[in-house]
Design a protein around this ligand. Sequence first.
Ligand code: GLA
Length: 738
Amino acid sequence: MKAGLGVSALAALAGLALGQNAITENSGNFTLTADGMSYLFHVDQASGDLFSDHFGGPSTDFTPPAQIYQGGWSDGLTNVRREFPDVGRSDFRLPAIHIQHADGNTVSAFAYQSHEILQGKPSLPGLPATYGEDADVSTVQVTLYDNYSDVTAVLSYSVFPKYNAVARSFQLHNNGSDEIVIERAYSFSADLPNLDLEMIELQGDWAAEMNRVKRKVQYGETGFRSTEGYSSHIHNPFFALVSPTTTETTGEAWGFNLVYTGSFAATAERFSHGFIRVLLGLNPLHSSLHLAPGDTFTSPEAVAVYSSEGLGGMSRSFHNLYKNHLSRGVQTKQTRPILLNSWEGLGFDYNESSLVTLAGEAEALGIELFVNDDGWFGTEYPRDNDTMGLGDWTPNPAKFPDGLGPYVNDVNNYTVLNSTSKLQFGLWMEPEMVNPNSTLYHEHPDWVLHSGQHVRTLTRNQLVLNLALPEVQEFVLSTVHRILDSANIQYIKWDNNRGIHEMPSPATDHAYILGLYRIIDNLTTTYPDVLWEGCASGGGRFDAGLLHYWPQSWASDDTDASNRLTIQLGTSLAYPPSAMGCHVSAVPNGITNRNISITYRAHVAEMCGSFGFELNPSELSAEESAAIPSIMAEAHKVNPIVITGDFYRLALPDETNWPAAQFISNDTNTAAVFAFQQKATVKPAAPPLRLQGLDPQARYWNSVDNVTYSGATYANAGINLPWATADYQSMLVWLYKQ
Ligand code: GLA
């Protein structure tokens, strides 16, 4: 069913010119066209299968596939590039869909039945997803049907032309009369040709998130997964495929990101012919999803982005897509209040009066939002340490004799320095968890995730509530509603401090995540003015699923500013800096013991959308206190460009002693460059800092040299910053178009 003369290509070109028809179909050939990307696939007439043709730079024709010698064991569908591989039918590679039918067999044969092209993008029931108006996004839904099992699969591809992005998901309908079990459901699957590619992913652990690692895509499987029940610190549900010559600014990069918060698996499988099968979706270890007759399963969405401008171009596509078409809260595009969080300064050791004192000290610094972290709740099992109290969300009467209301009023009574605004109040919660030492657990031991009589493994002395159960969802919802209605709370930090071990069944993980989404969808729509910040022992759930509901997430419990550069720049591979929460903490740092100046600590934290402090102001040195007013002024000045501007990684902390990053306003008139020197050096000199994204013809004044240069000069010759011979130096350089 191949279009001989590139008719669809002409339609695609015409569509491009008119800024519409991002999706065309001609005789079974599907062309998805973006500003700098094409995604092509077609229906194979013989098998009814969908074959992958191209995912990359603009391409307007369907060309013949690679010639493969036919012979030996590998033949048939193993030798072609497929979009939705199932089990059996001669393909030896990993399937995207793996179903166990009632009689125990696992073979499927999904064949093309029909398709529909729509402007806009339907939402995914119960799941977070990208969204957009008719002018922003087009969708094609391709219906495949398995004659043998009476199961339908509807594959959905949505193209966002401005961002060179395709969002993909599928729905499975069981039309038969028996239950089926979904053992494997990859949201994204496509076969790339025989290309020499490398995989970049973000691995880490608690307080060590988002380290960029790169390895060659070899024969066999190159991949990683989370079995933690959540997206987790260990691996993020993101990866890029790049050619060996791709850099930050040049070359091809494909980015893949799952819009999901549960266990996942990511794989690039290279077969003997060299084709690379890309798979991203639920972790099969946490699948085995039972689908009753008449029921529908909707897969999470995966977003795939193509860039011919290196990893930087790929990241900016993700950032701008997510800022405009994923993260739906009103605050996403707004500047964020400068906050002070009580955790690193006070821990659990406080009461109402010491907190009001701390809020007063915060107000004197110009803080706009005071956040009461862990430790405020529990009656029978007061939360004075991390061994008890989770689940008992009633203010601890020993700390707050009159509850939260009057205390929050006292905080709100402070007027922010140099302003008429009142100090806002924010609260920490960890609603998905319970300590065995709690009234809740004694009343409802059956509400926690567990597996029969097996041991309920503790982490940080706590267990996980089974959010798959409707009664637990109702408990969490009514608890958070009650707390939010009890006082003037303008921010919630929603924490989650352990992974999932024992579950009633592997499928419970997905049911749990759907329960979580139901809860936070309700809360964010009921309280749209509350600023929600995700957290999971730091950046353990920094994922696109939660970013749909919450505009920001705490990036790491490691607040050491030097380590933070690696974590924040790693996070920025997929997620916008505007979505990161970053704080200045005390020195020596609680984790690394490192002493870094307050200016450097502030510069690192100012690169994030939500800037704040996490220390006790009364313990600041005289030198630190003296620096605060200019830090506050600078943080206010830079926040708008961090929220709305484009982000460029200029130099990485793991590759140079002089890492740097740049924000530029959408009109390219203003740039803010954060530059760092990690260690004092006698020799060599720092390399020139070359900027990106400026208008090459225009002249820009810069705040370091106090002169103007052309955009071309900044990009090619670069600027030389006057570094002192000292460790941990930093600068914020402003550029203004003249
Ligand atoms: C987690 C969070 C911290 C803090 C503590 C409180 O570790 O990441 O920021 O809120 O919990 O227990």
